[in-house]
Design a binder for this molecule. Sequence first.
Ligand code: CP
Ligand code: NVA
Length: 323
Amino acid sequence: MSDPAAPGSVPRERLSVSDLLSIQDLTPEDIQLIFKVARRIKKAPDDFALSLKGKTLAMIFEKPSLRTRVTFDVGMTSMGGQALFLDHSDAKLGERESIRDVARNLERWVHGIVARTYKNRSVVELAEQARIPVINGLTDLLHPCQALADYFTLAERLPLGSGVRLCFVGDGNNTCHSLILGAARLGIHLSVASPAGYEPNSEIVRQAMDTAAATGGTITIMRNPREAVREANAVYTDVWASMGQEAETEDRAAVFAGYQVNRQLMELAGSEALFMHCLPAHRGYEVAPQVIDSPQSVVYDQAENRLHVQKALLLLLMAGEAV
Ligand code: CP
Ligand code: NVA
């Protein structure tokens, strides 16, 4: 930090990347730096009240959001900057004009972009074309900001990378993919239990297994949730039908019926096991109310930490990028 007591503090260190597209692009040192800055921001937010003074973040959203939209907006304003919401729920990014032209315009006016799109390729192309930082705010494939906040939340309770066991039960979706990539980077043991046909993307699993071999982590893909949760420090689940899959809700409810995280399943995990969910949650489907609303649940801490971790990201990517 330049001066930890000054309201315009900015970290001296920088990330090895200029965008946040996937956790796969971050080194373990990058993740530790994000966590270090996030801890400082969480502890003394007023020290950062002017750190992004004069900076504007454009927020392109093709899909709905509560947490991501509010935390990026509040994150910017609480550091002296501002956020602009660009509603793309009707015209997807690249439909009204090319992604290249969107990028080449926005970079003349704002200092960073967060984008939530259906196609992962849209965020990647935006980053390729824009000479300002681009943050992936969720795509059909990935949700890196979520996984960073989740591992930060775990790290507040357990020393990471020392035999921590996380279990993800349910759809091998965007949240699951980013958790897999994060576990590999951080040396965590992650087991994923999904029904046939809903396993995580095999290429992401392969990349993560390669990475995990060097960090001491393990990625295990399983079918049986009762086996997967054994000795887990934390059990994580997410919706069975993600945004864009609403038409499959009923069919998926039948396929995933045996994958609900309920008391019986939690009892098979460690007695102190935490329950995690990125939210929004559907009580009675992927999680029983007795679990998500129990003292074991850290879901609101995860949501709070989205703010602190993303403020750290914004600071590390955007401070000093004034045009
Ligand atoms: N967890 C999460 O990203 O929530 P939103 O969809 O509300 O942003
Ligand atoms: N998998 C969910 C995550 C929501 C934050 C979805 O994409 O809808």
